[in-house]
Design a protein around this ligand. Structure first.
Ligand SMILES: C[S@@+](CC[C@H](N)C(=O)[O-])C[C@H]1O[C@@H](n2cnc3c(N)ncnc32)[C@H](O)[C@@H]1O
Length: 329
């Protein structure tokens, strides 16, 4: 098991498949993109599957979530999903994606064994999408989501980040639209993980702001702590249910005490927290011929040192060197 000194157990593995992305969301990346990892630095498909196998069979991982960068840009994605689905015990598998290309790939991903997807969409307005992502791909994202729902990759969860002056007036419209299309909407507070280091605590839209805005149109009833478990999203029943809306208050109400995550970057580094400043190198160990037992020990040691909290509200907080796209969001 992957334990830490505060008694938490990691059972949820986030695997970044690439640091590249085909969008340039302003809260994530600069317009010109970043210095991408070179091919030799990336884990191969075989290395990824081996590490996931070790995590599932020897370390108690029960959920695997593929992310990036944009994971649909990884050529071997469907094959990786298929091989992970064949593991015993079989983990739950999901994909966090911007949805571009999902229209084409959703049926193959479902057939390979993927359970569900989270698609990121911050706005219903194509012109605001272009301002936020610096790309004209709004329609591709909408078609990708619909294809995922048709393929049975459900519930399709939608992740939305609100940015002041751009889409912060859209929370009720996004919720009405999600309910109409049977998507499960979750708002995520903007975190200090952008490559440009432009995040400002004073400028961000908080969970409190989002709830206030939603309540202008909907009646929200909070679900109890039992339903939340280790999930990062606090959830509210909308107008008495059955639809729900989630808010991930990573900054103003962090969920570190219940955190059950471990992360693997596309270049094979274990991170015990999104905001960690240290990583543990598994790629080097793999390529030096480490046995499964040696990988297990390294991974356990990396998780044992996990801090109590991410410390975002601490004045001494320092943003991690790698941005969200390189860690895996
Ligand atoms: C980094 S992306 C990676 C996966 C995929 N490309 C996608 O768009 O979902 C994962 C999620 O992180 C969110 N995200 C990126 N930067 C963020 C930030 N600074 N604060 C909060 N969420 C952020 C994105 O909106 C997206 O929902």
């Amino acid at each position: 098991m992957l334990l830490d000194t505060f008694g938490r157990t990691a059972t949820d593995l986030r695997v970044s498949l690439t640091d590249r992305c085909n969008l340039r969301c302003t809260y994530c990346m600069p317009e010109e993109g970043l210095q991408w990892l070179g091919k030799p630095d990336l884990l191969t498909d075989d290395e990824i599957v081996r590490l996931i196998r070790i995590a599932v069979t020897d370390l108690g991982i029960t959920e695997v979530r593929f992310t990036g960068g944009e994971p649909l840009l990884r050529p071997g994605l469907v094959g990786i999903v298929e091989r992970v689905a064949a593991l015993e015990p079989r983990p739950q598998m999901s994909l966090t994606t911007n949805g571009i290309g999902l229209e084409r790939t959703a049926p193959a991903l479902k057939a390979a064994g993927l359970d569900r997807v989270n698609v990121s969409l911050d706005t219903l307005r194509p012109e605001v999408f272009q301002q936020l992502t610096r790309r004209k791909r709004h329609d591709d994202v909408l078609r990708g989501m619909a294809a995922a729902r048709e393929a049975g990759l459900s519930p399709v969860k939608v992740n939305a980040v609100l940015m002041p002056g751009l889409n912060d007036d859209e929370a009720p419209d996004l919720l009405a639209w999600a309910i109409e299309h049977d998507y499960e909407l979750r708002f995520i507070e903007q975190m200090p993980l952008d490559a440009q280091h432009g995040w400002q605590r004073d400028g961000m839209i908080t969970a409190g702001d989002i709830l206030q805005s939603l309540r202008t149109r909907f009646d929200l009833t909070e679900e109890g702590a039992d339903e939340r478990g280790s999930a990062p999203a606090e959830r509210w029943l909308v107008d008495g249910g059955p639809h729900r809306v989630g808010v991930i208050a990573s900054v103003t109400r962090p969920f570190c005490r219940a955190c059950d995550r471990t992360r693997l970057t596309a270049d094979g580094q274990v991170r015990n927290c999104l905001f960690a400043r240290e990583e543990s190198d598994l790629r080097g160990a793999l390529r030096d011929g480490a046995s499964d037992a040696e990988i297990v020990e390294r991974w356990k040691a990396a998780m044992w040192g996990k801090k109590a909290g991410a410390g975002l509200d601490d004045p001494s907080f320092v943003q991690p060197e790698r941005p969200m796209s390189a860690i895996g969001g």
